[in-house]
Ligand binder design. Structure first.
Ligand SMILES: [Mg+2]
Length: 254
């Protein structure tokens, strides 16, 4: 039985960041560019099999890496969302390929995104989400990720987290990234709630918390032992070191 709507309480929804908030990256077994390269090699194989005039594989990977760094740096000046499809299209172009000859949807499937080895939910992620559900909270997710949501869904499915989420969005799909207010408004619209009804939980002060504060949500900084971010003047409403500490805060806010 689905829990009743929280019609009387002020807070009706909890919205989470994904990476290092619902899932723990402290044990990641591959790092940085290597995470994307193992998928990009599969794209290379896919394009080569189609008879596309490919550059050397290393050159192709290097080009992707450069486009990626450039695009993210550029995006940080406006908080526009960067999408994997855009990065791919630009990489193909710069590699001398005709983008119009390539089916981007098939190419993104060939990328074959998978959970990153060693990444897993925190020990209390399931229990916390379960408790929120049982208490009738809606649960949302906003991730600053270039992947379309369907790719990150593959991970959420493996981690057993997908079914808890009432709404979920990536910055790549939305066209804005945290802290831009538009991405918060988008998830609020999907959950059909106002900013005052939502708590936002994330690990990055400058993205998650600054954005949540500016958008009028109650902010909770998750500050687990393996992360050390400077607050740089950002003030979370609450700070916790593990997700289960969220429950007493919600009880207090209700
Ligand atoms: Mg994060």
């Amino acid at each position: 039985m689905y829990p009743p709507e929280r019609t009387t309480a002020r807070i009706t929804a909890v919205i989470f960041d994904l990476d290092d908030t619902l899932i723990d990256w402290s044990g990641q077994e591959i790092h940085g560019a290597a995470i994307g390269y193992r998928h990009l090699r599969q794209v290379y194989t896919y394009l080569a099999a189609q008879g596309q005039p490919m550059p050397e594989q290393d050159e192709f990977l290097h080009c992707f890496g450069q486009v990626l760094v450039y695009s993210w740096n550029e995006a940080k000046t406006t908080w526009a969302g960067v999408s994997l499809a855009q990065i791919m299209a630009r990489t193909l172009q710069e590699s001398g390929l005709d983008v119009n000859q390539i089916n981007m949807e098939d190419l993104l499937r060939a990328y074959n995104w998978q959970p990153v080895p060693g990444v897993r939910p925190y020990p209390d992620t399931h229990a916390t989400l379960q408790a929120l559900r049982q208490n009738g909270y809606k649960i949302g997710l906003i991730t600053n990720a270039m992947q379309p949501m369907w790719m990150r869904d593959l991970e959420l499915e493996v981690y057993g987290l997908l079914d808890y989420l009432d709404a979920r969005i990536t910055s790549g799909d939305t066209g804005y990234m945290k802290p831009h207010p538009a991405i918060y408004q988008h998830i609020l619209d999907l959950l059909a709630i106002t900013p005052a009804q939502a708590v936002f939980v994330g690990d990055r002060p400058e993205n998650d918390i600054a954005g949540a504060n500016a958008a009028g949500l109650t902010s909770v900084l998750l500050n687990p032992p393996h992360l050390q971010y400077d607050l740089n003047g950002t003030q979370p409403d609450y700070t916790i070191t593990n997700l289960s500490e969220l429950l007493p805060i919600l009880a207090e806010l209700a």
